[in-house]
Design a protein around this ligand. Sequence first.
Ligand code: ARG
Length: 411
Amino acid sequence: MTTQHHECCPAHTDPTDQPVTQNRLSQPDPERSPGSADIEVDRAEAEEFLELFHAENPQPGPLGPRIAAVMREIDMTGTYWHTAEELAFGARVAWRNNARCIGRLYWQSLQVRDLRTVSDAGSVAARCFEHLREAHNGGKIRPMISVFAPESPSRPAPRIWNEQLIRYAGYEQPDGDVLGDPRYRTFTSKLIQRGWRPPEFPSAFDVLPLVVETVEEGPRLFQVPGQAVHEVPLEHPELTWFAGMGMRWHAVPVISNSLLVIGGVSYPAAPFNGWYMGTEIGARNLGDSDRYDLVPEVAKRMGLDTSDEATLWRDQALVEINRAVLHSFRVTGVTITDHHTESRRFLTHLEREERAGRRCPADWSWIVPPMSGSQTPVFHRYYEAENQVPNFLADNEAAGRALQGGPPAFR
Ligand code: ARG
């Protein structure tokens, strides 16, 4: 599976970096603390979801009594508790509805960890590290989601600040250059202000600590244990000097600041992963000029003529970086997919969805891979665009915390 940046599968990062959805958590009333959960669950959304669940799952018994019970529960508590089956179905359909994800063919295989009773920062962090190990699965990556305590009127849900469970620090140097991932330069310096101590000898691939915020504890930092971090050192099948550049990437992309919404219930802490599509790393994380910006360096080492754009030195270097990524994951035994294979699978997914009588929302600008677009079949058509729920939503405040390192959700 694959998305473009935050949601399910950033095949590329959102080109504009603009959240697609409204922030469903923020309240117009400035007196209320942002993120506090004094919002009743929308009854119509709850009912619509229960209908969908019962339409696609005949086993769980009659719909009417379940809707009545949920309405009573909302009357009394302002929210309701999904059954384990509703939760698992809702999470899978949230993936199925994620318009940015090219990797949705396997949506039914998502493993759902029901961790709704877990809500203190230390336990959330520990379960996230467990998620990293279980999802890595010795290299045979399993699509997985861990669903922590939901938002509720009696207690706001925990928040994970990081965009993904594993991200690399970006250290601003005195000359303005950044060592590491420039995307996280502000996040990194804010965490240092909050007391994080980077390694004695900082490198371009230092894993940032996890920040978990709860209403009782405020933001707390947790170092990701080494056994939870699996990485792939990058080498090239022919260019022997490539390995000497010391590049690597983490094996599992676990998006951790996206808001899962099922039947009107919000789950702000619900980290989920698929496996990588090579271009996410090779074309975007390593290729973007505001990320690791590897293209000029690789072109130089390849001896290409960089004095004239028309030599297409950028394109040539980009292809070799992407070959290195796919090759290295393969020889390391870590699941990865290429953009040609994944594009064909996505068309298979669309056919299946159509046969099932469903509409499949898709965003062309996210689905088309960030290199060789016209060589992939997903380029040559249009898609349905309307949003559907359940889904993973971009929450503006969460997006801000992931890049700016604050402000906290609860103050
Ligand atoms: N594009 C993001 C990254 O490079 C990952 C987004 C999720 N990708 C995925 N294949 N599930 O880290």
